[in-house]
Design a protein around this ligand. Structure first.
Ligand code: NDP
Ligand code: 8X3
Length: 250
């Protein structure tokens, strides 16, 4: 039976790569993000491989999020796999200098947005007693690094929420997983540094994880047999040992 996956943050990076990986394997897609032109381009590209529906909303907007999920056409309304991926870091400042707007953005998108989307989709999973939720956490959800304060806090929250979901949804046979990457070369640092030049050096001098590397692990997790749940994955590029230890060659 063809499965349908709902992917947030599908307009770039890990979410977009996951959409490609899933499409290659014939998984039907509901792709979400704020940049409509990108959603349309990706839909055009992937429609040769699978059925694709796009939803254009901001996960910070609770009502828009719930309405978008309710608006799904019948062919796409049964969600087997939810990939809670939308998120970003905003700023890299010591706590005493942090911006309230950055803090709001990270908590509202990474934590509350994930909850709004989950709230919209979990009821159909509990009703059917099946489903798989994958939350994209981070190594920053396991280890706090200098100036990471609120971003790390948001990702620690994602990990705690993931564990809570796994316990509460256990009676329904719903799988819940956390995939926690280290440095991945995406638009992440462009967003963190608001397009500033600090983003330029983040992935130089070593081979960072690529979005596809993470997408392949996500696909592995969703294709395990019914009795197997990949509960928690911490993945780094070989050059990275932890949040502050990266072997650079230049
Ligand atoms: P990108 O910036 O490339 O992608 C982020 C995605 O999130 C985009 O598709 C963006 O879409 C979407 N998004 C951001 N804000 C909102 C919003 N308010 N409403 C809806 N969608 C939103 O970064 P990554 O692919 O790297 O990040 C994906 C996830 O992976 C994030 O949760 C991030 O924290 C996590 N992660 C990233 C790592 C890295 O080093 N890159 C490492 C570990 C975890 P749009 O702007 O179109 O709305
Ligand atoms: C993204 C990885 O190390 O930039 O979650 O915080 S890091």
């Amino acid at each position: 039976m063809t499965k349908t996956a709902f992917i947030t943050g599908a307009t770039s990076g890990i979410g977009e790569a996951t959409a490609y990986e899933f499409a290659k394997h014939g998984i039907k897609l509901v792709l979400c993000g704020r940049r409509l032109h990108r959603l349309k381009t990706i839909q055009d590209a992937l429609s040769r491989l699978t059925d694709v529906h796009i939803l254009n909303f901001d996960v910070r907007n609770r009502q828009a999020t719930l309405d978008a999920i309710t608006s799904l056409p019948k062919d796409f309304s049964k969600i087997d796999i939810l990939i809670n991926n939308a998120g970003n870091a905003h700023g890299l400042d010591p706590i005493q200098d942090g911006s309230l707007d950055d803090w709001d953005a990270m908590m509202d998108i990474n934590v509350k947005g994930l909850l709004y989307v989950s709230k919209g989709i979990i009821p159909q999973m509990t009703e059917r007693k099946s489903g798989h939720i994958i939350n994209i956490g981070s190594s920053a959800g396991k280890e706090v690094y200098p100036k990471g304060n609120v971003y790390c806090g948001s990702k620690h929250a994602v990990l705690a929420i993931t564990e809570g979901m796994r316990v509460d949804l256990n009676p329904f046979g719903i799988k819940v997983s956390a995939i926690n990457p280290g440095l991945v070369e995406t638009e992440f640092s462009k967003v963190r540094f608001k397009g500033g030049k600090e983003a330029d050096g983040v992935y130089t001098g070593f081979k960072a994880l690529q979005a596809k590397d993470v997408a392949e692990v996500i696909h592995f997790a969703v294709t395990r047999p019914a009795h197997v749940n990949i509960a928690d994955v911490l993945m780094f590029c070989t050059a990275q040992a932890n949040s502050v230890t990266v072997k650079k060659t230049v």
